[in-house]
Design a protein around this ligand. Sequence first.
Ligand code: NAD
Length: 255
Amino acid sequence: MGRVDKKIAIVTGGGNGIGRAIAERLAAEGAIVTVTDQNPAAGQAVADGIDTMQFLEHDVRIAADWAKVMDSVTQQHGRLDILINNAGILATESTQDVENTSLDQWRTVNAVNSEGVFLGCQHGIEAMKATGGSIVNLSSIAALMATPHLSAYGASKAAVRQLTKTVAVHCGRKGYRIRCNSVHPGVIQTSMGDEVMELAGGNAKENWAARIKAIPLGEPGTVEDVANCVLFLASDEARHVTGAQLIVDGGMTCA
Ligand SMILES: NC(=O)c1ccc[n+]([C@@H]2O[C@H](COP(=O)([O-])OP(=O)(O)OC[C@H]3O[C@@H](n4cnc5c(N)ncnc54)[C@H](O)[C@@H]3O)[C@@H](O)[C@H]2O)c1
């Protein structure tokens, strides 16, 4: 039996990178997974050929999209057990230091990363409150430290960390049996990881080398490393874990 056998799961932003790895890991452990993404080609490609996966187009910034996704999944399966709020963006402009971040940039990043997770938690609670479940929100180590070259991103991820704890306590006290936890990846080998190194200024290759040097375990994390942590929090193995922040950074933030 899989670790999340027959659980009904939604993974947002599952068309690429970490979200894709989470969707595949949950499905491998027996979950029935709906991958959502604003990019239909990428999302459909993840679900294709896997019987226990389907794709729905979904922009996490739009409340009506959330309502459609939740209705579709709960009508099909009768409940929702796991919601992974993974969709996120880093930046849409080449600079994000606090002096040069435009209000448009701030709002765009926060609309996906912060408002998208808020809407997800709200709709997730509604869908799960009669039956219980697990919400996992993808934050970042950017929520835990200064991010001088990524001011909008860091603030948006700090909002996710805080909201996670608020949802956890709210749901616990209401007796909903919904747990809510955040996962904080560090330097992960993905296209977003490459983008971080580009935005840091100077030479991206040298930035990678410097970041890796700062990781006590001596190497960047993989999407599977993050997916394994999400799997644990999503599963009943974490039944007494809520409001926690699980850092997946090879020791970087404690060095
Ligand atoms: N990669 C890293 O190094 C790293 C580190 C820390 C945290 N994270 C967080 O992990 C999560 C996944 O990161 P990733 O590296 O896999 O990113 P990615 O860019 O590879 O994938 C993100 C996915 O989200 C989708 N998406 C973007 N905006 C969306 C929207 N409005 N609605 C629906 N889908 C949308 C994209 O189409 C894409 O498929 C993000 O929340 C990110 O902030 C990543």
